[in-house]
Write a protein of this length. Structure first.
Length: 221
């Protein structure tokens, strides 16, 4: 029986993936280099700081780079874009459905807790979750299972009693390694990645009513 939903944050609740990639790609172009999506995508879902823009940019240019002004510009553009992003389609419906059906809800994200909790508060969603587990709350981040195990433990449910909602291969790997049923919901950045390890792939949570998902997840047990 499914008793809980565990959401990734970046790219699943809020499409911050597109602004992050786009803002760094613009910085690279301003210096005469290219940040390719296939390179960037390897770092999606990993612990914050896994991608080293200075290393990649200096390797591409063959010279040292003063990153301070470039990081400031990236941050400015990221904020400009991410603040315009709405909550991803279907997320609010799933949270409403979870409350109606008596399911618990948590967030499991490799990103820093200060960032995730701050964004959830800004979006008016923080109180909708029973637990929020972030990069500093587990020994290892995704694709290791630790964050999902921590989130399930905080909710008081077994991993097999929870559904993970993810957008990246690293996140899917973490959820499956932890023993959760996993639904992959790709966004504009992750739609070309291999999400086949998920139990189910949907274009948007709005395409699949929560009750239908629970039926599918229950039948898979």
């Amino acid at each position: 029986m499914i008793r809980a939903l565990i959401f990734d944050f970046d790219g699943l609740i809020l499409d911050s993936e597109t602004p992050t990639f786009t803002s760094w790609a613009e910085v690279f172009r301003s210096q005469g280099a290219e940040l390719r999506l296939e390179v960037w995508s390897r770092y999606i879902g990993l612990v914050h700081g896994s991608f080293d823009p200075q290393e990649h940019l200096e390797r591409a240019l063959g010279r040292p780079v003063d990153m301070a002004p470039l990081r400031a510009e990236k941050r400015r553009r990221f904020l400009e874009m991410v603040l315009a992003q709405p909550v991803m389609p279907g997320v609010l419906d799933y949270l409403d459905g979870a409350r109606r059906l008596g399911l618990k809800a948590a967030v499991a994200s490799s990103a820093p807790g200060e960032y995730v909790r701050g964004e959830l508060l800004r979006l008016g969603l923080f109180e909708r979750f029973d637990a929020v587990k972030c990069g500093e709350d587990a020994p290892r981040c995704k694709p290791a299972p630790d964050l999902y195990l921590a989130a399930a433990g905080a909710l008081g449910v077994a991993p097999g009693e929870a559904v993970a909602l993810e957008d990246s291969p690293n996140g899917v790997a973490a959820a499956k390694a932890a023993g959760l049923y996993c639904v992959a919901v790709p966004n504009a950045v992750t739609c070309g990645l291999d999400l086949s390890a998920a139990d189910l792939i949907v274009g948007s949570l709005a395409e699949l009513p929560l009750e239908d998902l629970l039926c599918r997840a229950g039948r898979s047990r």
